[in-house]
Design a protein around this ligand. Structure first.
Ligand code: PDD
Length: 282
């Protein structure tokens, strides 16, 4: 069952009404997380909640709830959904108040949905996805998982209109990340990805991939790279909570090597699956 939650109440998603003066909806004044639940267990929940709290701190949002309380709300919603494999969306905003830019004296709003997991078919992953390069037009604080996603949305839409799946963002001649994913290249049996900074989101899947690479003995090198270097790579892939590990086989008109999912990317995904322990994907 799809579950909706708004400020302490569980509600059918289609009936949920957000007050006109809710700041998430008027200003995008809030932060969010997307968390995947495998076999009833939210994957890397501690890390997601820690990032949510850090995002809140970065925008001076008083979270009002402890990490444990936030986890509790998520567990309750997942239980109510009766879904073993699902995607949780949670956002925390600066609350409801008559529209003014300055921070209101209002309690935060917490909104959540729990929906069946959007499973990627294995054949789709074997084929890989395509991408475009796109100017990174976002602000300088992309480490904050903020609700303000307009540049991401516009770039992703441009990708789709070009028949592609993701837009790989480029700033000052270097790749930063995807519109909703982190980006990696494989060269000479090492994995390269953009170093953490204010310019990219510290992906939770990125963390998991780093661990998987260590377990497999594959060097994981955090180093800036250019679009050209990406095109010359042996393999390219992206990661996110919902894509997990996804090969990229073409960017703009350039096919990456032979245009199929890379060996090392596939090995990494196998290791990742062990860590999430998928017993019975729905
Ligand atoms: N997006 N970079 C950006 C800009 C993202 O929006 C995301 C995730 C990632 C990957 O982060 P993680 O591995 O923690 O999911 C990187 C989520 C899934 C979204 O907005 O839907």
């Amino acid at each position: 069952m799809v579950i909706g939650y708004f400020n302490g109440e569980f509600i059918p998603v289609e009936q949920a009404v957000i007050p006109i003066d809710e700041r998430g909806h008027q200003f995008g004044d809030g932060v969010y997380e997307v968390i995947r639940v495998y076999n009833g267990k939210p994957f890397m929940l501690d890390e997601h909640i820690e990032r949510l709290i850090k995002s809140g701190e970065a925008i001076k949002l008083r979270m009002e709830k402890t990490a444990e309380e936030l986890q509790q709300i998520i567990h309750e919603a997942v239980q109510k959904s009766q879904l073993n494999n699902c995607d949780v969306y949670i956002q925390v905003t600066r609350g409801i108040a008559t529209r003014k830019h300055l921070f209101p004296d209002a309690p935060v709003s917490i909104t959540m949905t729990v929906r069946p997991m959007q499973v990627t078919e294995e054949t789709e992953r074997e084929k890989g996805k395509t991408a475009i390069f796109h100017e990174d037009e976002r602000w300088t604080n992309c480490y904050i998982k903020s609700l303000n996603l307009l540049p991401n949305i516009l770039a992703k839409q441009t990708a789709q209109e070009a028949g592609c799946y993701e837009a790989i963002l480029v700033k000052d001649g270097f790749v930063t990340e995807g519109t909703s994913s982190n980006v990696y290249l494989v060269k000479d049996d090492s994995i390269y990805t953009t170093p953490l900074s204010k310019q990219i989101l510290p992906g939770i899947t990125r963390m998991a991939v780093k661990e998987c690479a260590e377990k497999l003995g594959i060097p994981f090198i955090e180093k800036h790279f250019t679009p050209d270097e990406l095109l010359q790579a042996d393999e390219v892939f992206i990661t996110s909570t919902t894509n997990e590990i996804m090969p990229i086989v073409r960017i703009d008109e350039s096919v990456i090597q032979d245009g199929s999912a890379g060996k090392l990317t596939t090995a990494l995904f196998e290791k990742f699956k062990e860590s999430i322990d998928i017993v019975q994907p729905i």
